[in-house]
Design a protein around this ligand. Structure first.
Ligand code: SF4
Length: 208
């Protein structure tokens, strides 16, 4: 897969086809780690951050893309944002060890730039298949990239949060990315909103 049509397939179509052939999480993880659909990301990445997927998880969190620490470790949300996320999950009574954690794009964009639309399109085949395989009760999008990917463009976080959306991928709750909470500080609105939204998610899971 090199981003150009190959055997009649675009890079995104080739990912989709490869992902659809994966019957288990471990098959998908193995295939995704070999993915070369986005040339710019392939040359700069250290690893493909496939994501965490504990068996039987009821909740999936989706962020935008790996950062520097995630790229090195191969695991999602292990840097500053991840540490804040862990703290807020703990505060809401949610155990990260029981939650799947994914990103829209699995390879770190150089200098943490926003993923390009072609990269998001390419990687969506992996993400959509991951969501199929997990079949979780609830999906929480962290930030605008993941939210717009699942619910469509034109949504604003401030107005989309606080309720459950029905999407083709399942039931979706929208909140801020922990990096926004870090940017605006401990008394900033994003951190308070994130804590409130994770509390709502805990209530939704407890009610089922
Ligand atoms: S970002 Fe996704 S589609 Fe692009 S090379 Fe990495 S795994 Fe493949």
């Amino acid at each position: 897969m090199n981003g150009r049509p190959e055997s009649g397939l675009t890079a995104a179509e080739a990912v989709l086809s490869r992902a659809a052939s994966c019957r288990t999480w471990s098959q998908l993880a193995e295939a995704a780690r070999l993915c070369t659909a986005c040339p710019d990301l392939v040359v700069s990445r250290s690893s493909v951050v496939v994501g965490d997927a504990p068996h039987g998880c009821r909740l999936v969190l989706i962020g935008e893309a790996p950062g520097a620490e995630e790229d090195i470790s191969g695991r999602p949300f292990v840097g500053r944002s991840g540490r804040l996320l862990d703290e807020l999950l703990d505060g809401a009574g949610l155990d990260r060890g029981e939650i799947a954690v994914l990103n829209v794009v699995k390879c770190r964009p150089p200098r943490n730039r926003t993923p390009r639309s072609a990269e998001t399109r390419n990687c969506s085949g992996w993400l959509n298949r991951q969501l199929d395989l997990l079949g979780a009760e609830l999906i929480c999008t962290l930030g605008l990239s993941a939210t717009q990917h699942l619910l469509g463009r034109g949504l604003r976080l401030a107005t989309a949060r606080g309720r459950v959306h029905q999407a083709p991928a399942g039931r979706v709750v929208v909140t801020y990315h922990p990096s926004a909470a870090l940017r605006f500080g401990p008394r900033g609105a994003p951190r308070e909103a994130l804590a409130t939204d994770l509390g709502m998610i805990a209530d939704l899971l407890a009610a089922r």
